[in-house]
Design a protein around this ligand. Sequence first.
Ligand SMILES: NC(=O)c1ccc[n+]([C@@H]2O[C@H](COP(=O)([O-])OP(=O)(O)OC[C@H]3O[C@@H](n4cnc5c(N)ncnc54)[C@H](O)[C@@H]3O)[C@@H](O)[C@H]2O)c1
Length: 437
Amino acid sequence: MKIAIIGLGFVGLSLTSVLASKGFNIVGIDIDKEKCKKISNGISPFYEPDLEKTLKKGLKNGLKISDDISLIKNCDLLFVTVGTPQDTNGAIDLSIIKKAASTIGKNLKENKKQPIIFIKSTVIPGTMKNDILPILENNSKKKAGKDFGLISNPEFLQESNAINDTKFPHAIVLGGYQTRFMKKAKKFFVKLHPNTPIIITNHQTAEMIKYANNSFLATKISFINQLSNICQKIPGANVDDIAKTMGLDPRIGGLFLNAGPGYGGSCLPKDMKALINFAKITGIKPVLLNAVEEVNIKQLDQIISITKQRFGELSGKRITILGTAFKPNTDDIRDSIAIELIKKFLNRKVEITIHDPQAIKNTRNIFGDKIRYAKSIRDALSKSQCVVIMTQWKQYEKLNNNEFKNMTKKIVIDCRRMLVKKQLDVDYYAIGLGREK
Ligand SMILES: NC(=O)c1ccc[n+]([C@@H]2O[C@H](COP(=O)([O-])OP(=O)(O)OC[C@H]3O[C@@H](n4cnc5c(N)ncnc54)[C@H](O)[C@@H]3O)[C@@H](O)[C@H]2O)c1
């Protein structure tokens, strides 16, 4: 059995590497030639723990990487993992996936096999039926369900744990018509993940499941962030003890109750916006989803307001941002809340220095020489007047008085409550902790 994976980003390259490392006959395809070259040499184009190791194992097993889409012609399974970003209004931009579907369709024409096409990209309900299916059928002159299978197969992996999540997903969703292709797909996944629940449903439900998950996770984060803001007004109140206790209630669960500067990343903000936009089209007023977004947007104001309170005028002040990646163990800064904070500070003419163990290159691509990039934490803090800890990198847990000594004013805003237990000789603010008067 030959498998093609189309789109070698976080999702596609993780799947490619894991399947190839398990010995499957895989071709990974991407339109980006440079990316393909790197990957063929065993180098991941982005930072993801365990990815390179898994990729190298896959390459040893014969994994082929190419920018030639015609290689799908003799494949039995095709996984589509191209990006589905947002347009300028926040709605989903389907142009990339439509283009991919059209080239896949053209190449399907000469395919002697009857492949199954899995769409792993996140798409709003109706996309498979209204867009992807007709594009594939028109370009291939073949019929879905007869000449090829078409299955919605949303992905749930988390960056920074992508390899593990790909190896051990919590669920597999297969959406589509109950055809022989669906039976074959189920058989493939049962063998691949014998202990994982498989949900078989229709396309539109499968598409909606992905948005349900991400919007619920965003809701949990905004909920705890709203509570954290209230806690900050109660001297001595501690949002972590509240979240921990809530998490022990099996009806709630403890994950995604980490108060902080707001959610970011490549999925939650864009998927929330896409769902809000889609809800409006259906005639449903997304009151709750709007509130979740609003809380998230306002969360950064908390940080700005602490700095304003301490400095008065922000112009010309030197502020250090620790962490620009949207979470630790990744270099991904797409929709990172730290990037938003930097933009807000730059608008107020603040002098910004940043540090991040992995994301400096990506951050430089956005800000160029508008900010300073420090090689070490010590360098980042030297002569700074205020430091904001944005990303929960392990390295920042080690911060102590010695590291802060070269700051000219020692304001520390800890959005992740990493230094709460330390005796620090600084002006310390932790998001979610009410300062004792
Ligand atoms: N990143 C995540 O954590 C995550 C998790 C779950 C689901 N998703 C969803 O999975 C999809 C992919 O996300 P990602 O973060 O991996 O995207 P990405 O942007 O990192 O990667 C997409 C890749 O597809 C390639 N590509 C674009 N058009 C192509 C074409 N016609 N043929 C071949 N390759 C093409 C691009 O060059 C790029 O390398 C999105 O819909 C996203 O919402 C992402």
